[in-house]
Design a protein around this ligand. Structure first.
Ligand code: NDP
Ligand code: HSE
Length: 428
């Protein structure tokens, strides 16, 4: 059996699990790859840090370039932009294939990396970048090459799904749910990448690029996190038959692609509504295939390592038997639509003064902005004579909904709106 030399960059949560699983099932992986997979070195920052017992300390180095130069395949599991980008480009320059789980890097510098891999005639695999163990990258790139994808709607961040689920099922506050997520190792000490939606936005960009054969970057994704979600909002959504989820949405429209990450009302009967804990689920709609759902553990060492190892097996097989993974295809060149041009159903909440004519003024403002209402609920007035109005719309242009809110907030008549906010609503 030929030998394939593997350099591993990073021995943290995922890197350690890769080594552990590779050792535990070495013979089987070798047979699948058609090659003997040998880890020739593991680059880390700190040689003295405690390590998983599976890690052979003799393989540890702080000189990543030295092991990249000798490798057939480089597995990048360090995270961050630099030096991960520099190392991956060095790997391609040295003729090595690369396996990575680095969604942040791909969402910012994907085109540069895809082009460099193509020029070098080597593979760039990144199944672990979205959905952990869930094979959604393969699904979009290969299985769905036989269809035309119209919409991707996914829970792609396990940490925020856990937080919102805790708030929904146990009535926890946002802060208490974040603390629990940190204790369980889901959320980092600085939970910003997850709770502010950037991790999901990076994954959204990767999925949209694959689905629509168009180069989509992190900055193209209109992103809103979950910091302002309260248990009251969740309870109110529940009374209306909805669950609040942080979703990534990428939709093909006649005039371009709509991209969005943010809290969304999901009808209780929608398949995403029952995704609990730190699980991920991605619903993909194709013109011919109709609706598919990819579901499973979206993070964690072992689940994510399985995605890395499947890429390793494929890349090693190519090194020995020839062939390359499907190339990035960007022929679609679809325009990215600005958020104001996005169309969706929305739910608007506002506190209005409890006066004669308020409802007619509010609904009149919606009508003037061409926003069609599908339902209105009004809660009993509070002691200070304010009523909570919740207005759900039919599909409307976001710009029109924003203009409606601006007008309502500026109104000086009976419908003095003190607070107003809107959230997207998905259909079942
Ligand atoms: P960790 O922070 O646990 O591990 C990072 C590793 O990279 C550490 O071993 C660290 O070394 C090493 N490292 C960091 N910077 C350098 C550097 N400049 N030079 C050499 N080594 C370096 O990260 P994870 O394992 O959690 O994540 C790895 C990648 O996988 C990321 O891109 C992440 O987004 C992605 N991913 C992670 C998932 C998860 O559930 N954790 C899920 C899906 C994807 P040292 O140990 O010495 O500090
Ligand atoms: N922090 C991510 C999540 C895991 O919570 O889903 C890595 O993709």
């Amino acid at each position: 059996m030929k030998e394939v030399k593997v350099a591993l960059l990073g021995a943290g949560t995922v890197g350690s699990a890769v080594v552990r699983l590779l050792q535990a099932n070495a013979e089987e992986f070798n047979l699948r790859a058609g090659a003997r997979l040998r880890v020739i070195g593991i680059a880390v920052r700190n040689l003295e840090a405690p390590r998983d017992p599976a890690i052979d300390r003799a393989l540890l180095t702080t000189d990543a370039h030295a092991i990249i130069a000798q490798a057939d395949i480089v597995i990048e599991l360090m995270g961050g932009i630099e030096p991960a980008r520099e190392y991956i480009l060095a790997a391609f320059a040295a003729g090595a294939s690369v396996v990575t789980g680095n969604k942040a890097l791909l969402a910012e510098h994907g085109p540069e990396l895809y082009d460099a891999a193509a020029r070098a005639g080597v593979d760039l695999y990144y199944e672990a970048a979205v959905g952990g163990a869930v094979p959604v990258v393969y699904g979009l790139r290969e299985s769905l090459a036989g269809d035309r994808v119209t919409h991707i709607l996914g829970i792609v961040n396990g940490t925020t799904n856990y937080i919102l689920d805790e708030m929904t099922t146990n009535g926890e506050s946002f802060d208490a749910a974040v603390k629990k997520a940190q204790e369980l190792g889901y959320a980092e000490a600085d939970p910003s990448a997850d709770v502010d939606g950037y991790d999901a936005a990076a994954k959204c960009a990767i999925l949209a690029s694959l689905a629509f054969h168009t180069r989509v970057q992190l900055s193209d994704v209109h992103t809103h996190g979950i910091r302002d979600i309260t248990p009251e909002m969740i309870a109110s959504a529940g009374r209306g038959g909805y669950v609040v989820k942080l979703v990534a949405s990428a939709k093909r429209r006649a005039n371009g692609i709509e991209l969005y990450v943010g809290p969304t009302l999901i009808p209780a009967q929608h398949p995403l509504a029952t995704v609990h804990g730190a699980y991920n689920a991605i619903v993909v709609e194709g013109e011919a295939a109709d609706r598919l759902m990819f579901y499973g553990p979206g993070a964690g060492g072992n689940p994510t390592a399985t995605a890395v190892l499947s890429d390793l097996v494929a890349a090693a097989h190519h090194r020995v038997h020839g062939g390359l993974a499907p190339r990035e295809l960007a022929y679609g060149e679809l325009p990215i639509l600005p958020p104001a041009q996005a169309r969706s159903r929305f739910q608007l909440s506002m506190d209005v003064a409890d006066h004669v004519g308020v409802l007619s003024e509010v609904t009149g403002t919606f009508a003037r902005h061409n926003v069609s209402i599908s339902g209105v609920t009004q809660e009993s007035p509070t002691a200070d004579h304010l009523c909570r109005l919740t207005v759900t719309t039919h599909e409307a242009l976001q710009a029109d909904v924003e203009a409606t809110i601006a007008d309502l907030s500026a109104a000086a008549g009976p419908a003095t709106v003190s607070t107003a906010s809107f959230v997207r609503v998905e259909v079942a």
